[in-house]
Design a protein around this ligand. Structure first.
Ligand SMILES: [Zn+2]
Length: 391
């Protein structure tokens, strides 16, 4: 194994900052460290700070680092330095890199700080023989939607880029698109009253339960949306498909009060090529007809989201990436689309290939306790990036 000292060192530093995307308390320190590290590799660095636009007095520094190799084409590497909170169940300190044999533990090692360390290490090794100019977007807020992270960067970065490698994924397949997500809330209305007299009032919770029971069938309708693109190889069926899941229920204020309001929230997943407004309209009409049929007073209180995208699976860059990655990982990697979403969405309007790949393998437990990666995966990803950028 070649020395991974540099990568491990960078990763150790990155893990030490608790860049929780909710509090955002240590964004600035982490971004300052990244600025320093990128400069030491000879990159031109700017910080696009979205805090003026977000107006909530929280830091939103996004690091944009360019390495100009005087080539015709530019590859963008997109990664994020924010993390989800550690949660419970850790056997290690989530904010201190722990190495045991060939495993490295810490919050963010797989998602997504390990990928940043590897990208910097790859540039360090490849910079004298690059076939592309390289720009790195090291952004915040990915775990909370990315509006003031990758979204802000994409809006404020007008230089030409020819392709984006989203290093924020697993290594089971090469991603060229994603499902994105639509969240929303349905509210059901009844009449508030004394629970000793249930025959006098319309109970919003009881109506909600009835509505939710039938609304489950909407997921069958969604499952009929079949993408022309393959899903991840772990999918039970070959093609990506639409999904609808009820994820939250609530209502009521006191045991002896008949509730006048109740709500449910849902998670709706699109197929990569779907029109988001059409999907929302379908849900609206379904809800309208269903609630009329059941005699329930319900409305879609709010709905938002999107972020589904795809790029051309036959693009020469995708083919090149698949070929090199398959050699290095020792298997024929397929091209597919993700069931989740990623920051690549913000660059999808540029009509360039967006390729996602990375360290977050299936067993890495990212977002869970004891998140970890393997040394050999660092080595493989580094070789992949070096080979890709120098051929
Ligand atoms: Zn991530």
């Amino acid at each position: 194994m070649s020395s991974l000292e540099y990568e491990i060192n960078v990763l150790r530093n990155l893990i030490s900052f608790n860049t929780d995307s909710i509090t955002k308390k240590h964004y600035k320190e982490c971004a300052n460290y990244l600025v320093k590290e990128c400069k030491s590799l000879g990159m031109d660095v700017t910080v696009l700070d979205a805090s003026l636009e977000s107006k909530d007095n929280l830091d939103r520094p996004n690091v944009v680092a360019k390495y100009n190799a005087n080539k015709d084409k530019t590859v963008a590497l997109l990664m994020h330095y924010d993390v989800v909170p550690p949660g419970k169940g850790w056997n290690k300190n989530p904010f201190e890199l722990t190495i045991e044999k060939d495993k490295l533990f810490g919050r963010g090692v797989a998602d997504d700080k390990g990928n940043i360390a590897v990208a910097l290490g790859a540039l360090k090794e490849a910079k004298e023989k690059l076939k592309y100019n390289v720009v790195m977007f090291l952004v915040c807020d990915e775990e909370v939607g990315g509006e003031y992270g990758a979204g802000y960067v994409s809006k404020n970065f007008s230089d030409n880029i020819d392709e984006v490698l989203v290093l924020d994924a697993g290594n089971e397949f090469v991603g060229i698109g994603a499902s994105g997500v639509v969240f929303g809330e349905i509210k059901v209305y009844g009449e508030q009253g004394h629970a000793g007299y249930p025959f006098m009032y319309r109970n919003a919770i009881e109506d909600l339960i009835r509505l939710a029971y039938h609304l489950k069938d909407f997921s069958l309708l969604r499952a009929g949306k079949i993408s022309k693109f393959d899903a991840s190889p772990i999918s039970p069926v070959k093609k990506n498909f639409g999904r609808f899941t009820i994820t939250m229920l609530g209502g009521g204020e006191k045991e002896n009060v008949i509730p006048s309001e109740a709500y449910l929230r849902f998670d709706m997943r699109l197929i990569p090529e779907e029109d988001v407004d059409e999907a929302i309209n379908e849900l609206k009409t379904y809800l309208l007809i269903l609630s009329n049929k059941l005699g329930i007073k319900a409305e879609l209180n709010w709905i938002r989201g999107g972020g589904n995208y795809y790029s051309d699976p036959d693009h020469a860059s995708v083919k090149k990436f698949v070929k090199i990655a398959s050699q290095i990982y020792g298997k024929n990697l397929s091209v597919g689309t993700e069931f989740g979403g990623n920051d690549g969405r913000y660059f999808a309007n540029r009509n360039i290939p967006i390729i996602s790949f990375g360290l977050a393998g299936r067993d890495s437990n990212f977002h869970g306790p004891d998140e970890h990666i393997h040394l050999k995966d660092i080595e493989k990803l580094k070789k992949l990036l070096v080979d890709y950028l120098t051929t």
